[in-house]
Write a protein that binds this ligand. Sequence first.
Ligand code: ATP
Ligand code: MG
Length: 690
Amino acid sequence: MSEPRVYAPRASQSPGEPRDFAAELNPEQLAAATHGDGPLLIVAGAGTGKTRTLVYRVAHLIERGVRPERILLLTFTRRAAQEMLARAERLAGARSGRVHGGTFHATAHRLLRVYGPAAGLAKDFSIIDQGDAEDLMGLSRAALGYAQKKSRFPKKETLHHVYSRHVNTGIAIEDIIAAEYPQFLDYREDLTRIYADYTSRKEERNLVDYDDLLLFWAGMLESDADLGKRVSGLYDHVLVDEYQDTNLLQARILLGMARDHRNLTVVGDDAQSIYAFRGATIRNILDFPRQFAGARVVTLERNYRSTQPILDVTNTLIARARERYSKTLRTERSGGEAPWLVAARDESAQTRFVVDRILELHESGTSLREIAVLFRAGYMSADLEIELTNRKIPFEKWGGLKFLEAAHVKDVLAFLRILENPRDEVSWYRVLLLLPGIGDATARAAVNAMAQMAWTSSAFGRFTPPARARAAHGALVTLLDELRSGADLEGRTLSAEIGHVRRLYDDILRERYDRPEPRLADLDQLEVIAAGFPSRAVFLSALALEPPSSTQDLAGPGDRERDVLVLSTAHSAKGREWDAVFLIWAVDGFFPSSRALRSDEETEEERRLMYVALTRARNDLAVVYPLNAYHSRRGADYSMDQLSRFIDRGVREKMQRVATGEEAVETVTAAAGRQLIDLRALMRGKFRTP
Ligand code: ATP
Ligand code: MG
């Protein structure tokens, strides 16, 4: 027989419109985007086109013939990766969709699901988020008898913070305690003991925390075994945005991933490093040329985002930073007004000013989507949210979303998690303590009994509870049996499973809260979100790893184009830009946060954070500060406030002062008492703490 005729599949890719990169990038950007192989560092200030260059580089690699699925793009959020790949698609066509993009943690998770078993990790491990990790740390603390200690002992959050910092930075535990919690130095050996218990607890219960994800990824790469080679051989090119916010462990991972081909591109700005509190270090940027000998270093100095008057302000602000490597930015954009410095009488006047000015901008043609209001911490927008709702101005909030941290959502997830992983001790406690008649002692007895029965799925049923817990025990056994058999569940879907859990849980919730309706609505929402996932395991991992960061993320893709105003924390605004930006609460103690003033390093990080916030603006920038405020948060009831220390005289000279109108101030003052009460009600509704 003759050779079969080969029927080659048609190329499915639709190439993007042919683009002339040189017309869309300046010479330095072009050099970086079309850089051949080998290590490349782009270090440059805000708005100079770092992210844009990275997108063009992805497109260029694909056009050059690199297979998209052999390109890894690491970003700070899932949303950033999606947006960058969507833009690359416009340049290089649909095949860009096959590029692997995401955060370090999500990528680690994906790899561990595949290669974990070969590295001694049980296949069906569960991911625990930071809150769960802290709870587990609390269990270790209690199990070793530290809970009852008389003298002050570190709280579970502190224990976890020191542990996590140690894992991510490699700094000795002792040194971390000495620097941050000198009062606990005597406990250093106790801490080590707790960490050992925490570690074995995770292992026995098949749990993986955020730090493990990175650590295990690095561990696979650094092992001598063939596995390291296989993992590092998955990609031919690795690209990283926002490199200034990576930590030592992430740098080790990159070193491992690029060890054979050295095709690593990183971009960042030391002046925008804002995650040192989580262990990020700008040493990664500074040391890059040493770690990767022969690395090409590209700097960009022209800013394309902001008007010159805005840059004058931000350049002055950052020039005051103690350590600084980037240069003063310039733009060729002409015109623009000096940024506004707005003194408002109090919070209500601040809100009124912001809303009025937003409407004014909107009427003169700026869409709401091109406007953002930024603040240091999520709770600072509460008053504004009330007013926007009253005035029917649509908005979405980034960064402050507490949906998944809300107790009732975590409660329902805990049921799903014990189904998924019967060894999940933290979730067992959570579920058991919800039930009538079960307290700490019974919960502990139940968990111990299950551990002795090797956590089999029938273990809980065989545990004999005390008389007063019998009814609750029986109800839970029945529920779990029904869920496991799936017989009663319509379509056996995940949403149906949540619905089934709610047959038991909704009554508990109604019992616990005076106003159950918004919480019940959250659970409805959870069912809707769950419907989008193929399985319980995928759903739980996704929620633990990449919780939706805005209400928009929850609403699904169809809603993304809506014309809505953005409210965001400064951290969540990183990398973004808007035509008009408001920074509210530019008050000392708020921004910089009074909690971040223990050391010069912390204060400097706050300054960089404000730099990040102000450099988001293209055309209009307003910095607003109330002169008076009610301060339940800071002890005193009422006080005079001071403008943020970062807006010093030099910065102020580049701004124009704006006072809010008298009339507005009068009405607002009269209403101040009522407003405070409203505010509290809203906070309760928003964060839904128990
Ligand atoms: P940040 O440090 O805030 O992350 P960045 O350096 O990543 O900023 P980009 O977001 O990539 O900067 O770019 C800022 C803006 O400037 C974007 O709107 C981008 O499209 C635009 N821009 C960058 N370079 C050019 C260019 N060569 N021509 C036209 N517009 C450009
Ligand atoms: Mg960027």
